[in-house]
Write a protein of this length. Structure first.
Length: 222
């Protein structure tokens, strides 16, 4: 939650779900003809619990090889998690990139804190130049710790000399924001690029746009 009594002196962006449309289904809809079978695969084979260690530094190639030995009938699909990881990116939330640019233009420092594999981050940094806009980036796979663990938020604050009470974290996962809030960090749940701009204007980070007010009013009444 944004605390209107405290200024925002640094803004921290999540990447997947806020700037990049990351979803394994972008890849796996091309590898499965049956939607229900794909969902079972993503729920029971390449599941969130199986993937979580990748965000803490476990290499995906070795992990995929081990999993394929247990599920040889899905060997091709499992191997794709590692070799075709960039196909999990459905695109860029261009509106959020515009918000990032706007915040940077105000002079407020911007940082990124992302749960991401160590080996995929360089690929995405090269592919999406706006990931180089940040004053600093924390990648969980490089740190060995991931959101929502408090340690990664403390690492963010300590590494870049940030004060929790004047730092604003933007994330699409409420559990991550809840963990940040316990440390005194201001938080903002990402709903859409338009709402993000509106929320940052309300917080005084961005100057309010009359045109955006009109657009949001029209959208709400539709």
């Amino acid at each position: 939650m944004i605390d209107g009594s405290r200024p925002v002196e640094a803004v921290v962006f999540d990447i997947g779900g806020v700037l990049l449309d990351w979803n394994p289904r972008h890849l796996y809809r091309g590898l499965f003809t049956d939607e229900a079978e794909m969902e079972r695969f993503l729920g029971e084979v390449c599941s969130p619990a199986w993937h979580a260690p990748h965000d803490r530094g476990v290499p995906t190639a070795a992990s995929c090889a081990e999993l394929a030995s247990r599920y040889p009938e899905f060997a091709e699909q499992i191997e794709a998690w590692s070799s075709r990881s960039e196909e999990m990116i459905g695109g860029v939330f261009t509106g959020t990139v515009e918000v990032l640019r706007a915040v940077r233009e105000t002079g407020v420092p911007c940082y990124a804190l992302t749960n991401m594999e160590a080996e995929t981050y360089p690929l995405r940094l090269q592919r999406f130049p706006f990931l180089g806009y940040f004053d600093g980036t924390i990648v969980s796979g490089r740190e060995g710790v991931a959101k929502p663990e408090p340690a990664i938020f403390m690492r963010l604050l300590d590494r870049f000399g940030l004060t929790a009470g004047t730092t604003l974290m933007i994330d699409d996962m409420q559990e991550n924001l809840d963990a940040a809030a316990v440390l005194g960090i201001q938080t903002l749940l990402f709903r859409s690029s338009r709402w993000l701009r509106t929320d940052l204007e309300a917080a005084g980070v961005l100057r309010r746009s009359v045109a955006m007010d009109t657009e949001m009013a029209t959208e709400s009444s539709a």
